[in-house]
Design a protein around this ligand. Structure first.
Ligand SMILES: Cc1cc2nc3c(=O)[nH]c(=O)nc-3n(C[C@H](O)[C@H](O)[C@H](O)COP(=O)(O)OP(=O)(O)OC[C@H]3O[C@@H](n4cnc5c(N)ncnc54)[C@H](O)[C@@H]3O)c2cc1C
Length: 502
């Protein structure tokens, strides 16, 4: 019998955000400890390390936007600010023995599957390694997107993206142009408005905005959460099922959103007196088609005398100004992009190469099937699991809930492999195709497809490869345990040709 190759590690995880930390923690609890995390940055935390812009906070309540296995009785607010979430992730990583497994500054540049040895060969900026299993936890929103606007490189002032905020650049008295009015912009615009000299906000499409019911968590609640943890679990469950009910409007019957639209329009009317400004802030698409935003201070910020809202499209950027389609030149010495992230093009997928040498990105863009099986595994890419993969994003609930469902599935797959002496786990094409049909059938009536907007959820062909089109508990149910019948399973290297277990 030929020697079985010994990998450097059993499991390599790319990324150390909620996904990477949760994955490593749960693997450790399952007794799988030969794990390394490869992180390109100098610290852990992903989204919550990078997004340090003024006002950064979660928009799903913290009791739910956190790990089920690591509740934090000390959240100070319903929607915690970024420093608290980042500190929470660092605490969990330390407590779960994850921090010492992270190789910082190790950007994965290429990962290639070697069919001969059934190992992943992973090249990083600090060296190479082999792993039996590769888990990508590179995040849905970790690569900032700055649109290619003509003339951007000629701009003489300071330019940065909200996910890489330039804290050394003092905005006091500056003439600032904010490009984009998405989830990040509506958080930082109210914070910088009192500081800056002039603020010009460039809006392409008005977002739907509803009130933000944020408040301090009381001392009594803190006491209860510490001394009777069940109370925090009840609070979490209440938030979860409350948000889950929104799925009725998102995925089942978008007409239901009309009631929420009335709420949002009331919010707009109460906060903006100027009818012209109100008109320009009124969305013309069904609520939910683009991400619903929550804010109490964004509209008031736009009504301040030093702020103008520009709704004409940007055509060019010049040395000291932004030019719009109506021919107006808007002076600026600072450009802040709140233009989101590379989402539907999955940047990490360009660096992962499967059995036939094809990249995961090319595999996913090959028609007609683009969905990963259960949003996690892909034929031709054995022993690869992708967290927050295609169609696992959400418009209505906590992403951490979906991440934890995927983590349970992966742990179950690895435990099955270990228990049956299996070295190669590969989704079957038939299973993937059936799954893709199911996802796209569920997608058809959703607000993202019928709501009359153009959003970052859709890819270049107008296909929604980002979001999960059902209740999240349905996804959690489908991924509750590994389903070997949908996989080809084999031993390596002696038996890579034959399936050995079901
Ligand atoms: C400002 C902001 C607010 C948000 N608020 C919410 C919210 O309230 N509720 C919600 O549900 N979701 C929210 N999200 C979505 C959020 O991204 C997810 O909830 C979650 O944090 C994703 O965790 P992750 O570990 O999958 O990815 P990330 O946190 O993005 O972590 C990915 C990690 O992978 C690393 N990485 C990437 N590529 C490589 C590579 N090639 N080599 C090595 N390392 C690599 C990155 O450096 C990063 O550390 C928000 C997102 C943003 C940007």
């Amino acid at each position: 019998m030929p020697d079985v190759p010994v990998p450097d590690v059993t499991v390599a995880i790319i990324g150390s955000g909620f996904g990477g930390i949760g994955m490593a923690a749960r693997l450790k609890r399952a007794g799988i400890t030969d794990v390394v995390l490869l992180e390109r940055a100098a610290d852990l935390g992903g989204t919550w390390r990078d997004n340090t812009y003024p006002g950064a906070a979660c928009d799903v309540p913290s009791h739910l936007y956190s790990f089920s296995f690591a509740p934090n009785p000390g959240w100070t607010r319903s929607f915690s600010p970024q420093p608290e979430i980042w500190a929470y992730l660092r605490r969990v990583a330390a407590a779960e023995g994850v921090t010492e497994r992270i190789r910082f500054g190790a950007e994965v540049t290429a990962a290639r599957w070697d069919p001969a040895t059934c190992l992943w060969h992973v090249a990083t900026s600090t060296g190479t390694l082999t792993a039996r299993f590769l888990i990508s936890a590179t995040g849905p929103l970790s690569d900032p997107l700055i649109p290619a606007i003509p003339g951007l490189d000629t701009f003489a002032g300071t330019v940065f993206h909200s996910a890489a905020w330039d804290h050394d650049h003092d905005l006091t008295g500056r003439n600032v142009a904010v490009i984009g009015t998405g989830a990040s912009a509506i958080q930082f615009v109210p914070r910088i408005q009192p500081l800056v000299g002039r603020l010009t906000v460039f809006q392409r499409t008005p977002p739907w905005i509803i009130p933000r019911h944020d408040r301090r968590i009381s001392r009594l609640e803190h006491w209860l959460f510490r001394h009777a943890p069940v109370t925090q679990r009840i609070a979490r469950a209440g938030i979860y099922w409350g948000r889950e009910s929104y799925a009725l409007g998102f995925v089942k019957n978008p007409g239901i959103m009309r009631r929420a639209e009335a709420l949002a329009l009331g919010h707009l009317h109460r906060q903006v007196a100027d009818p012209d400004l109100r008109t320009r802030l009124t969305p013309s698409y069904r609520m939910g088609c683009k991400r619903i935003l929550i804010a109490n201070d964004y509209y008031p910020a736009l009504t301040q005398p030093n702020v103008s809202l520009v709704t004409d499209g940007i055509t060019e950027i010049r040395e000291k100004s932004v030019l719009t389609s109506d021919g107006t030149s808007h002076d600026a010495d600072t450009l802040v992009f709140g233009t989101g992230f590379h989402v539907s093009d999955f940047p990490a997928a360009h660096r992962i190469f499967g059995a036939d040498g094809m990249s995961l990105a090319d595999r996913w863009s090959a028609k007609p099937v683009r969905t990963a099986f259960r949003g996690t595994t892909t034929p031709g890419f054995p022993n690869l699991f992708v967290l927050t993969g295609p169609n696992t994003g959400l418009g209505h609930n906590s992403q951490v809930f979906m991440i934890e469902a995927q983590i349970r599935y992966v742990v179950s797959a690895l435990a099955h492999a270990a228990g049956h002496g299996i070295d190669r786990v590969e989704a079957r094409p038939g299973a993937q195709a059936a799954y893709d049909r199911m996802v796209q059938r569920k997608m058809r009536p959703t607000v993202w497809m019928t709501g009359g907007c153009k959003s970052w959820y859709l890819d270049a062909d107008g296909r929604n490869v980002s979001l999960w089109p059902d209740f999240t508990w349905v996804y959690a149910w489908q991924t509750r345990r590994f389903d070997p019948a949908n996989y080809d399973l084999a031993r390596s290297p002696a038996d890579v040709s034959g399936a050995v277990a079901r």
